[in-house]
Design a protein around this ligand. Structure first.
Ligand code: F6P
Length: 531
């Protein structure tokens, strides 16, 4: 299968895919779900390539793996865990069994408790020592930060609760900057940590507690914990009724649908949070039932495999023409790279192909004035994934929104069409001639034939955000299955954590001579500089 795909790619690599693109192809090489459209027609995937890709996907056993995931089997084999973040949004669905036990009553119960707390914070029923809660500070990192941070920004038009702040970095600048603008007497601190051991979060949580303790008599009363280590959260001093637990079948980077989403729920309210869950559930139902050709996560994943593993493009850019999705690239960096940035396959062998690509991006149009130069004329091809809404949340500025949309469409067209030497010459022939004309024209040539996909939707509502995030989650799963990877562990983050722990006494003054020369030299320099 892989060989067939590589052979097909070799045959068509130089073809200009623009020549394929009539209105029929645009219809055929796109997938819709509700109001969302995924268009992958501006790529070099043709009917033959697509059939081979779908063959690859079928041969990977994806259908069985998908069934196993939704059935609660322990598909996260290195950690012996089920993978059931989808249960967190399965509100209208049936039972979900883990070891024969239905987890849905627990999911519903926790959601109801979250909603009660969110309502109390929003309507003043829950107060700080100095009055109603004005500020919520979510302290968490990685999956305990990126999801609610990204989602709260994305849904800012629905934000009618207290101000929300997010602290992740152990750098005191992060916590210090947030606490400087909060009043301890009216602030609620949410400690979000699945394990309740993460050093950055524990350090920031202790510092926040000390800050609050200096101003109010019972700081623990203004703390909430989100964790699967309920006992550790209680030992930290947070009463059981304000600890929201979740099970080990929710991976950190897949956790914003449950307790980890509490800050976002407080910001936008329980009803909008439920709409977000419904959007995710709609994508789940689609992923489980749509034939591969009409299955959005499957086709998004296959487009990624085509560009990375077959064409050899090492990175992909996520480019939201939707300013409030400004944190989506960072969110996807964890989702995709922590899930599929692996070198060992599920059967313990070194992978024969590259694994997940490097994911990066920025909102358009800002990126246009920064790195798009490389995207258009650099020597490496960067497949681009555009996202764009038909409407913004500023109806009085729809004309300005149309300018945004025009920019988005123009970029994918420019990447595809490029500009030939003849066209470049014609544009400047009135200013240059002879050899200078040729030289100047060469700088204005765009090679084109650069692939992109576009995800278009009516408006960034909670439901649409739910669609989008679940779409990317399932895309990661499909890519992982096709590559033979366990997408749900993350052993690659462990070594650095261990070494940081070992270095703590050294940066505090202990002897550094056992370290390599570079590390010891840096410690020496930093000590002399005031460490
Ligand atoms: O170090 C990586 C990681 O384990 C992520 O997978 C996780 O999202 C993050 O740290 C935070 O972990 P926790 O929620 O347990 O504090």
């Amino acid at each position: 299968m892989w060989d067939d795909l590589h052979a097909h790619h070799a045959d068509i690599a130089d073809r200009r895919f623009e020549t394929l693109l009539d209105r029929d192809r645009a219809r055929d090489f796109s997938v819709g779900l509700g109001g969302v459209l995924f268009d992958y027609s501006k790529t070099n995937i043709d009917a033959t390539g697509r059939a081979l890709l779908i063959g690859l996907l079928e041969a990977s056993g994806l259908a069985e793996r998908r069934a196993a995931m939704f059935a609660g089997d322990r598909i996260n084999e290195t950690e012996g865990r089920a993978v059931l973040h989808t249960a967190l949004r399965n509100l209208d669905g049936g039972p979900v069994l883990v070891d024969g036990v239905d987890v849905m009553p627990g999911v519903r119960d926790t959601l109801a408790r979250m909603e009660a707390l969110a309502r109390a914070v929003r309507d003043g029923g829950m107060r700080g020592a100095g009055g109603p809660i004005t500020d919520v500070v979510n302290i968490g990192i990685g999956g305990s930060d990126l999801g609610p941070r990204m989602g709260t920004l994305a849904l800012a038009p629905y934000h009618d609760g207290p101000r929300c702040h997010f602290v992740a970095n152990v750098d005191p600048a992060d916590l210090g900057g947030v606490l400087a603008v909060c009043d301890p007497a009216t602030t609620l601190v949410i400690v979000a940590s699945k394990t309740f051991t993460t050093i950055e979060t524990m350090t920031n949580a202790a510092a926040a507690k000390a800050w609050m303790g200096a101003a109010v008599a019972d700081p623990g009363a203004q703390f909430v914990a989100l964790s699967s280590a309920v006992d550790r959260a209680q030992a930290f001093g947070i009463a059981a009724e304000r600890v929201f637990g979740f099970e080990d079948w929710v991976g950190g980077r897949y956790s914003m649908w449950g307790p980890i989403g509490l800050s976002m729920m407080i910001a936008i309210g329980p009803a909008h949070f439920r709409a977000f869950l419904r959007g995710g559930a709609a994508m789940d139902a689609h992923f489980r039932t749509a034939p591969w050709l009409r299955n959005m996560p499957a086709m998004l994943a296959l487009t990624g495999i085509w560009h990375n593993q077959i064409c050899g493009h090492a990175t992909r850019a996520v480019l939201p023409y939707d300013n409030r999705l400004g944190r989506l690239p960072a969110y996807l960096q964890q989702l995709e790279m922590e899930s599929n940035g692996k070198r060992i396959s599920m059967d313990g062998q070194v992978l024969a192909t590259h694994s997940g690509p490097i994911v990066w991006g920025e909102p358009g149009t800002n990126g246009q004035h920064a790195f798009y130069q490389l995207i258009h004329q650099g020597t490496q091809v960067v497949p681009c994934e555009f996202l764009v809404a038909a409407r913004g949340h500023e109806p009085q500025m729809q004309d300005q929104h149309r300018l945004l949309v025009a920019n988005c469409l123009a970029q994918s067209e420019a990447l595809m069409r490029g500009r030939s030497q003849d066209e470049a010459r014609a544009k400047i022939a009135d200013r240059f001639d002879g050899a200078e004309l040729e030289r100047q024209a060469a700088h204005r040539v765009f090679p084109g034939n650069r692939p992109s996909t576009t995800l278009a939707y009516p408006q960034l509502t909670p439901e649409i955000l739910g669609n989008i995030i679940a779409l990317y989650e399932h895309r990661v799963f499909v890519e992982g299955v096709v590559l033979g990877i366990n997408s749900y562990d993350q052993w690659g983050v462990e070594l650095g954590k261990e070494l940081a722990t070992a270095l703590q006494p050294i940066v505090a003054g202990a002897d550094a001579s056992g370290k390599d020369g570079s590390t010891a030299g840096l410690v020496d320099f930093l000590r002399k500089s005031g460490l």
